[in-house]
Ligand binder design. Structure first.
Ligand code: PLP
Length: 425
């Protein structure tokens, strides 16, 4: 990049934006422009992303939970480069060592007796597979999930997600789905019946605005499912792999699901990789026809070696513990900030490095994200609750970087307060 002149770099930015407008997604292009994000990303390292001009941004969005081990972790990149030369994609007709190794590692690292994995390319695909497995095993039809929940945007995953605005234009969706309020055991008890195949929940709602379960909630849902013969699917696509201070968020609550979904951080922020994992007992139904559920590109060798190295890095660098410690520091400082801006910040909450800051006004959240972007810190609001700004940086973020985020946040909140006062005046 250093060989390109400033004019050439400027041209790259102009042309890219123009192509977004003309060929890709004009609405998104307008949104980025409105948010002062009028540059082109070029390179990543650790908790930072650099634009085409070499300007560094601290990334507190973290690809919505993709960059747990940091961007371009050298070990993951090296392993992927090596595999790239050898065999990036599978023949699909011979055994593949890397898929087998990754499946074994997931069985070892996940709680309870989760054992068999299916690999795919995204979170939504993992959810689709989990829903199908639940139906096939239970021979039941219905799914219960939570309002505000997010499981992806393919038809099945969308059907069990909990925000109408993303669902209505695509109706009719999957029949027999019902959403109940999160953290309401009574409503869950009422909704789950003898035709419920599964309850699907995020242990902590991410896109719903970082909503933590009450201490007894997940255990209560587990008991309801067991009592009524429904499966419990925990969607750890965003909360998994160290993000919340433990390898999986369900471990905070001592709850083991029947099926777990994973994606995002599993490919180490280098490649797309999703998975759903279940017990030997449940998986038996797939034995009748080994091609009952399949994916041409899912579980390809390149993604699998990225997954293997990512799991090793997470364990060897004790990233869940890093997330717990840094999260406690970050959350504490944010709570102190809330006291200085009680007119803007309603609540700060989170676990590990999955933190949400709820503002009183939706527009203030987008204003704040814009102010932060101008000061080169990337944050975003949560998809199903736009009043909540998320902080979801790579778990490798340094304390110095957290301090920069906090001082930037202070300046940006001051800016937002001035704008609100000006509009109000
Ligand atoms: N499940 C959860 C909990 C998610 O947060 C997401 C994405 O944000 C998904 C599923 C869908 O993942 P993907 O965008 O990879 O399809």
């Amino acid at each position: 990049m250093e060989t390109l002149s400033f004019e050439e770099k400027k041209k790259i930015v102009e042309e890219t934006i123009e192509k977004y407008m003309k060929y890709l997604n004009p609405g998104l292009a307008r949104l980025y422009k409105f948010a002062n994000l009028t540059t082109v990303e070029w390179r990543g390292a650790g908790a930072k992303v650099f634009d085409v001009f070499g300007e560094a941004y601290i990334d507190c969005v973290g690809g919505f939970g993709v960059f747990n081990v940091g961007r371009n972790h050298p070990r993951v990149v090296a392993r992927v480069m090596e595999q790239l030369q050898l065999l990036p994609l599978s023949s699909r007709t011979l055994f593949n060592k890397h898929q087998a190794d990754l499946a074994e590692m997931l069985a070892q690292v996940t709680p309870g007796n989760l054992q068999y994995s299916f690999f795919c390319n995204s979170g939504a695909e993992a959810v689709e597979g989990a829903l199908k497995l639940a139906r096939m095993y239970t021979k039941r039809k219905k799914f219960v999930s939570a309002l505000g929940g997010f499981h992806g945007k393919t038809f099945g995953a969308l059907s069990v997600s909990g925000r109408e605005v993303y669902k209505r234009p695509f109706e009719p969706l999957l029949p027999g789905t019902e959403q109940v309020p999160f953290n309401d055991l009574e409503a869950m008890e009422k909704a789950v019946d003898e035709d419920t195949a599964a309850v699907i929940l995020e242990p902590i709602q991410g896109e719903g605005g970082v909503i933590l379960p009450s201490p007894e909630y997940l255990q209560g849902v587990r008991e309801i499912c067991t009592k009524k013969g429904a499966l419990l699917i925990l969607d750890e696509v965003q909360t998994g792999l160290g993000r919340t201070g433990k390898m999986f968020a369900c471990e905070h609550y001592g709850v083991v699901p029947d099926i777990m979904t994973l994606a995002k951080g599993l490919g180490g922020g280098v490649l797309p990789l999703g998975a759903f994992i279940s017990t030997a007992e449940i998986w038996k139904v797939f034995e009748e026809n080994p091609l009952m559920h399949s994916s041409t590109l899912g579980g390809n060798p390149l993604s699998c070696v990225a997954g293997i190295e990512t799991l090793r890095v997470l364990q060897e660098e004790d990233m869940p513990a890093q997330a717990a410690e840094k999260g406690t520091y970050f959350l504490g400082r944010l709570k102190a900030l809330q006291e200085e801006f009680p007119d803007i910040i309603r609540e700060v909450r989170g676990l590990g490095l999955l933190i949400g800051m709820e503002l009183f006004v939706e527009d203030a959240a987008s204003l704040l994200a814009m102010e932060m972007a101008q000061r080169k810190v990337l944050v975003a609001y949560t998809l199903n609750n736009p009043k909540v700004i998320r902080f979801e940086p790579p778990l490798t973020i340094t304390y110095e970087e957290i301090d920069v985020v906090l001082s930037t946040l202070y300046e940006s909140l001051t800016g937002v307060r001035a704008i609100i006062q000006e509009i109000g005046a």
